[in-house]
Ligand binder design. Structure first.
Ligand code: GLV
Length: 326
């Protein structure tokens, strides 16, 4: 019998065809509304495979209602939406989609950094409001990116790709990571720093670390307080790494200059969120990996991981490797 698979959103055609060739696929059909938990629960009563997105919270309670589930394939590199320990206890494989999104996410991180530093959104709005009367020496002046110091928190694959871009802008790059990475220091000419030193010395701080219990509110009041008054904070990781209340305070009291945020503690971020009222915040709707090419590749990789798991093979991107016994 073909295994039953549930897909939690419409996905690119080729990925869907890959699944349909070998599985009995059911798919949530609404493109802009996540699948409600009760529907997901119902589907998981039968499903052997789950293809999901970062919008689905896959917790222990849900897994208690998934007696046949063998694999959760997340179409994202981050998997903080999944209770991996609970899945592991039940012998359910969890997979993600690293590598294919590295360069695209680094592009967006750098784009956001530049947009925030040079106040692109403010400038564009100013023009559209008809306020552009003349060229003026200090009008809409921002911060130089070239030659500045960039601090990268989380030197994983995306961190490295951002560092490469920064080197093209003659930036000095500091990084902070759980483990020091001498090979990356040598390859990219970056320098390890403890967190306080990185925060003190950087003109731009980019958050690229996974979201875990250890990185929850890693950047809070105390950390913001030691940053430069001219510093710009960029977050393209997960909202929860930054304490948003502390960030709002820092941005309104001149503790730091500006922030570029692609991620929020609550997504979609509520329109009345205080951070959205600030001109020195560039806010994006979690589009780090959103290029046509990359989202297509991510969907195909997630489909491939799921099919490999259901075929009893070792999926290319298994997260909880401890459950796969050869
Ligand atoms: C997106 O945020 C991802 O984790 O892939």
């Amino acid at each position: 019998m073909r295994p039953r698979v549930f897909v939690t959103r419409k996905i690119p055609e080729k990925a869907l065809l890959m699944l349909e060739e070998r599985c009995d696929v059911r798919m949530w059909q609404k493109e802009d509304v996540p699948v409600p938990k009760d529907v997901l629960k119902e589907e998981l009563a039968e499903a052997e495979g789950l293809f999901c997105l970062l919008t689905e919270k896959i917790d222990a309670d849900l897994l208690d209602h998934a007696p046949h589930l063998r694999v959760i394939s997340n179409m994202a590199v981050g998997y903080n939406n999944i209770d991996v320990s609970a899945a592991t206890r039940k012998g359910i494989m969890v997979t993600n989609t690293p590598d294919v999104l590295t360069e695209t996410t680094a592009d967006l991180t750098f784009a956001l950094l530049m947009a925030t530093a040079r106040r692109l959104l403010e400038a564009s709005d100013y023009l559209r409001r008809g306020e552009w009367k003349t060229w003026s020496p200090m009008l809409l002046t921002g911060q130089d990116v070239h030659g500045a110091t960039l601090g990268i928190i989380g030197m994983g694959r995306i961190g490295e790709a951002v560092a490469k871009r920064a080197k093209g802008f003659d930036m000095r790059v500091l990084y902070h990571n759980r483990n020091r990475k001498p090979e990356v220091e040598e390859k990219l000419g970056v320098t390890y720093a403890d967190l306080p030193t990185l925060l003190k010395e950087s003109d731009f701080v980019c958050i690229l670390t996974p979201y875990t219990s250890e990185t929850h509110h890693l950047i809070g009041k105390g950390e913001l307080a030691i940053m430069k008054k001219t510093a710009v904070l960029i977050n393209t990781s997960r909202g929860g790494v930054v304490d948003e209340n502390a960030l709002y305070e820092a941005l309104t009291t001149g503790t730091i200059l500006a922030a570029g945020l692609d991620v929020f503690e609550q997504e979609p971020v509520p329109l009345n969120h205080p951070l959205l009222s600030l001109p020195n915040v560039v806010a994006l709707p979690h589009i780090g990996s959103a290029s046509v090419q990359t989202r297509t590749r991510m969907a195909e990789l997630a489909a491939q991981n799921l099919l490999q798991a259901l075929a009893g093979e070792l999926p290319e991107n298994l997260v909880n490797t401890e459950i796969y016994k050869l």
